[in-house]
Design a protein around this ligand. Structure first.
Ligand SMILES: *Cc1c(COP(=O)(O)O)cnc(C)c1O
Length: 369
């Protein structure tokens, strides 16, 4: 790994992703769908997708058709499910690339039916049920008629049925059990009518970990495999390893006299002669312009001062360091650690918000133990 040529970069430890995947499969004893939407939450969908499949995932899932096509173009042949809206113009390509689409309404089923008839080839779908999230999906009492509609109107193969939990990321709430029972009943009713999709799935990471009854015969997981806490209300389980570090090289370091403004608006004014370093990271990289930011330099935490810029941030240092000195934004250096959880708490957002908002211009570098 050569990071010496980057002002700032992310390090993604593929060994940690593998270890998390093995742990997750061992824990759930259920086939795994690796969720790598949004460029694998910013970690890089092709590299992460290949790693998950090698570590034992059977499926991959993304939010949009274009994300699935990227995986196919990279040579990934595993089954891929698209969770979200696939535009009518994209359906033919989905069929050609053997991508499985979500069928969550009569409107979309009608489009799928028309396209399969027009080109004479079948489309695989997973039927999406809304058991209480209030997002995509038909209600339980419409599932049978949607399934029949799809089977009659076009060459649609119902390969799976799924739903998504609303409350399990927040803690143990009765809604999770309600959704699980409702979903079971729907699957049962379909089966009694001769429709038995092969894949039945309800859980994301937190359901699979904290509510075993939600596992059915496939579990979907993104954050747990990427070392991101699945629950907003609990620290990451100790068996899961962190995957991501964020680093930067010091751009400059100089003594600034007492009483001088630092940065735009002179939002910070030196109260002594101070040593101020400049880091090549700013809010456009996904480093948020909020109070309390710190980074690690020379094994010690140092404060970000002044108003963060688009591409740069200033830090107050205890001594002069040379240009190129390594700073850590997320991760460890010496005895100091800034954990992903620290940033999430500092910015009052979820860990997944922190990582998925790190700009694409920050290079991703893949490491192993
Ligand atoms: C994002 C997503 C997941 C994965 O959730 P994690 O909490 O990251 O495991 C699973 N299912 C659906 C429908 C999703 O949108």
């Amino acid at each position: 790994m050569n990071t010496s040529s980057y002002p700032t970069w992310l390090e993604i430890n593929l060994s940690a992703i593998e270890a998390n995947t093995h742990y997750f499969i061992e824990l759930t004893r259920t086939p795994l769908m690796g969720v790598i939407k949004a460029n694998a939450y910013g970690f890089g969908s092709v590299e992460v997708g290949k790693t998950l499949l090698q570590a034992g995932a059977e499926w991959l899932a993304v939010a949009r058709y274009a994300e699935a096509q990227t995986l196919r173009e990279a040579g990934i042949t595993a089954p891929i499910l698209v969770f979200g809206l696939t535009m009518p113009e994209e359906v033919d390509a989905a069929i050609a690339n053997d991508i499985t689409l979500s069928m969550y309404s009569f409107e979309i089923a009608n489009i799928y039916a028309q396209r399969t008839k027009a080109i004479g080839k079948p489309l695989k779908v997973h039927l999406k049920v809304d058991t209480g999230l209030g997002r995509l999906g038909v209600y339980a009492d419409e599932v049978l008629s949607l399934a029949r509609f799809a089977l009659e109107k076009g060459k649609i193969e119902i390969d799976g049925i799924y739903s998504h939990l609303a409350m399990v990321d927040e803690g143990d709430f009765p809604e999770t059990e309600h959704q699980t029972v409702l979903f079971s009943n729907v699957v049962q009713a379909l089966s009694e009518n001769g429709i038995r999709p092969r894949w039945i799935h309800l859980a994301g990471s937190s359901g699979a970990i904290y509510a075993p009854a939600t596992r059915f015969n496939l579990v979907r997981s993104g954050c747990a495999l990427l070392g991101i806490a699945p629950r907003n209300t609990a620290p990451i389980p100790k068996e899961l390893r962190r995957v991501l570090s964020w680093k930067a090289h010091l751009a400059s370091c100089k003594m600034i006299p007492m009483g001088c403004g630092v940065g735009y608006g002179h939002a910070y004014v030196t109260s002594n002669e101070e040593i101020i370093g400049v880091l090549p990271i700013g809010y456009s990289d996904g480093f948020r312009r909020l109070p309390g930011n710190e980074v690690i330099i020379d094994g010690k935490k140092v404060p970000v001062v002044g108003k963060m810029c688009m591409d740069m941030a200033m830090v107050r240092l205890p001594k002069i360091y040379p240009m190129g000195t390594e700073a850590v934004i997320i991760g460890s250096q010496g005895k100091a650690t800034i954990d992903l959880e620290d940033l999430a708490n500092r910015w009052k957002i979820g860990e997944v918000d922190v990582v998925s908002n790190i700009s694409l211009r920050v290079p991703r570098v893949y490491t192993r133990d």
